[in-house]
Design a protein around this ligand. Structure first.
Ligand code: ZN
Length: 153
């Protein structure tokens, strides 16, 4: 098993542990790879959502996990400081208290992932598929802006 696969499975297990949903539900809901995120990098949306995970590369879905509910949302980037910070975008807050939230969570995650994918753009210069926060403008990515146009971030 590669390190990346091991990290993905460990993150699914951690999600199952943090919520009332099984690792199988999370595996169906989220595009790989799933990774745990540092809590401190995320905005103080809801105190009870103690653990955060991103899924996909570039990230397609962000999940805030609590014992009674989960927040399935779009990953967003905040530029309020010098360093870009991962924060929670629009999404679905779902109660997991009754134990049968699996389908709702899968639906929500698939909706978010599809919406995110639709927002991706292909860089006109290097041809890479990039998320909106990786783009310099509507046409080219930040890498090409730096390498080909002397832009400094
Ligand atoms: Zn590019």
């Amino acid at each position: 098993m590669t390190t990346r696969t091991a990290e993905h499975h460990a993150a699914l297990a951690a999600l199952a542990e943090a919520t009332r949903l099984s690792a199988d539900v999370w595996a169906s809901a989220l595009p790989p790879p799933v990774r745990g995120e540092e809590r401190s990098e995320l905005n103080d949306l809801l105190d009870r959502l103690r653990q955060w995970f991103t899924a996909g590369q570039p990230p397609l879905v962000l999940v805030g996990a609590g014992h009674f509910d989960v927040f399935v949302c779009e990953p967003a980037i905040s530029w309020s400081t010098q360093v870009p910070m991962l924060c929670a975008g629009e999404g679905f807050l779902l109660s997991t208290i009754d134990g049968d939230a699996g389908e709702a969570v899968i639906q929500a995650a698939h909706t978010i992932a599809a919406r995110r994918r639709a927002s991706f753009r292909t860089c006109a210069e290097c041809g890479a598929l990039d998320s909106p926060e990786q783009m310099h403008d509507k046409k080219i990515c930040q890498g090409c802006a730096q390498q080909n146009h002397g832009v400094i971030y």
